[in-house]
Design a protein around this ligand. Structure first.
Ligand code: URA
Length: 199
């Protein structure tokens, strides 16, 4: 597993590219855009998991390439984390129309790809961005009893047991909350300090 990470991740990319059974596939083809698989170090100790690609991401095939990405970049810089050293992905790999919330059936289709990315990269820390990824990751590791609203979970960490060893789950607000809200931005900066203490 550890030796052929690049190959295994490439296989995921090829499978998602050919994922005709996805409810978002037709939309992708119609709009001439791309799925967003993930970006960063295949040996990352930290994996960030967002929700789904937006317009810029689908256009470029890169996660967090738009306004929310700018904020994520500022947050990473603020705690001295180099973006190329981490791995950034989403639960849903294709853009939902009009950036609506992902539907449960879309999470069912794309979740297994995220599960495989986690098993391949084997991060020590998974930082969830927003409530969809928080809920998915907490449930995935059988910790649903710990689930509370994100207003209570943000800035906290929970240890979980992955197939490859312990993993620390750090729940964070989605960077998009800070686009128009300075108070949320300050909270995100504080929560990133907590993330930094957990790596
Ligand atoms: N929002 C997300 O959740 N993911 C992205 O990649 C971009 C915006």
């Amino acid at each position: 597993m550890l030796e052929n990470r690049d190959e295994l991740l490439r296989a995921i990319k090829n499978e998602v590219l050919a994922l005709k059974e996805s409810p978002l596939y037709a939309e992708r083809i119609k709009n001439g855009v791309f799925p967003v698989i993930g970006e960063g170090s295949h040996k990352a100790r930290i994996m960030f998991v967002g929700e789904a690609p937006g317009k810029n991401e689908a256009k470029t095939g890169r996660p967090f390439a738009g306004a929310a990405g700018k904020i994520l970049d500022e947050l990473l810089v603020s705690v001295g984390i180099n973006r190329p050293d981490v791995y950034i992905t989403n639960i849903v790999k294709d853009r939902p129309p009009f950036n609506r919330d992902p539907l449960p059936e879309e999470i069912v289709v794309y979740g297994p790809f995220l599960d495989r990315q986690i098993d391949i990269i084997q991060p020590e820390v998974i930082a969830t961005l927003g409530r969809f990824s928080m809920e998915y990751i907490i449930r995935k590791f059988g910790l649903e009893k710990e689930l509370k609203p994100i207003s209570q979970m943000h800035g906290t960490s929970i240890m979980a047991q992955a197939s490859y060893g312990p993993v620390n789950i750090v729940s964070l607000y989605h960077p998009a909350v800070a686009i128009y809200n300075q108070h949320s931005k300050e909270t995100l900066f504080e929560d990133f300090k907590i993330l930094k203490q957990n790596i």
